[in-house]
Design a protein around this ligand. Structure first.
Ligand code: BGC
Length: 342
């Protein structure tokens, strides 16, 4: 009798602990993404969630309203004991505390697109070669303006992304460092003198902020826009900010070259209309597929696709990563963008 009681007790305990609050939900993934106000995060979030569901995970997708809200969302997600957190950071420097909690609870974290700082809680990171994004924008300018053959001088301005996004400095450095020799030789002239990331950054990647900074610059240095030849805008939203500033200044021409990134609907339409020269296409399907493999790896203990185990370092540790290769898109090859709806 005592033996039967003991067996019953053990069975009940096992059932309780596997359904109880502390049990890890092996098929549940929480996706925590930035606000939907910048870039194409809503589109990417839905796509990633869909690919996770197709891989048989139960998914909850969250977009924050601001950095503090993302901290709260991560804490709430941890309470659900998911198999993994997929985090696209709103503020890359602000997540150490909630992610330490995830680590303590044994919940693996996968960083999406933006590297997260001050933490050793990240199992894997998947992104595009962010430095190449800027470098490809710069190479495009170099080729179209024939800079290698000594052409110039051309005027140029930079519109960089948000300082709280770890990618933004990489994009800027990729572009600026590549063009620096031409600036030093005087083939490219930054009339505003704004050549460092701090001066050209755009908090929150806000189009309106880029628009007002460029309105000011166009008035002060470029006769409303006529004499500005090149604008390196870090993404399509910022490029649109420039276009609006130029329109408001009453100049309907186009700068010789305006760059972008993301192949958003706005960016693609601006390219078709001849207002923007190019964008950088980072196919989110490719990146989300890598993330799904990384989730599988942390759940099943398998090896995910990794192509960089040495170079991706935050200020605490080196993170095994997969970096995809971005592509240049302009009028000539715009057809390769799979989906124009974002
Ligand atoms: C992404 C870009 C995007 C930007 C603003 C960056 O972290 O890599 O693709 O344009 O955020 O949302």
């Amino acid at each position: 009798m005592r033996k039967i009681f003991l067996i019953l007790c053990l069975a009940t305990c096992t059932v309780l602990s596997s359904c109880g609050e502390d049990a890890v939900q092996k098929d549940r993934v929480e996706i925590l993404f930035p606000t939907t106000s910048s870039g194409i995060w809503k589109y990417i979030g839905e796509l990633c969630a869909q690919l996770m569901r197709e891989a048989n995970y139960e998914v909850e997708l969250h977009h924050c309203t601001d950095p503090a809200n993302q901290v709260e969302q991560i804490k709430e997600a941890i309470e659900k004991n998911p198999a993994a957190l997929v985090v696209g950071a709103q503020d890359a420097g602000n997540l150490a505390e909630p992610l330490a909690l995830a680590k303590e609870r044994g919940i693996p974290v996968i960083a999406y697109d933006r590297l997260i700082m001050h933490t050793d809680a990240i199992s894997y990171y998947a992104s595009f070669e962010n430095n190449s994004v800027g470098e490809f924008q710069a190479r495009y300018v170099e080729e179209k303006l024939n800079l290698k053959s000594g052409a110039g001088p051309f005027t140029i301005e930079f519109i960089a992304g948000s300082p709280d996004d770890s990618n933004a400095t990489l994009f800027f450095n990729g572009a600026f460092n590549y063009l620096r020799p031409y600036i030093d030789k005087g083939q490219l002239v930054v009339s505003s003198g704004q050549k460092d990331f701090g001066s050209v950054a755009t908090a929150g990647w806000k189009m309106e902020t880029a628009q007002s900074r460029m309105t000011d610059i166009l008035q002060k240095y470029y006769g409303g826009g006529k004499s500005l030849n090149v604008v390196i805008a870090a993404n399509d939203d910022l490029a649109e900010g420039y276009i609006r500033a130029q329109q408001a200044a009453g100049y309907s021409g186009t700068p010789t070259i305006l760059t972008g990134q993301d192949a958003t609907a706005t960016g693609v339409n601006n390219i078709k209309a001849g207002k923007q020269a190019m964008t950088i296409y980072k196919d989110p399907e490719i990146l989300c597929a890598k993330i799904v493999r990384m989730v599988k790896a942390v759940v099943e203990g398998s090896q995910p696709p990794i192509n960089d185990v040495t170079n991706i370092k935050n200020d605490v540790t080196t993170i095994p990563s997969y970096l995809c290769i971005p592509m240049i898109v302009d009028k000539e090859n715009i057809g390769i963008v799979k989906d124009f709806s974002r």
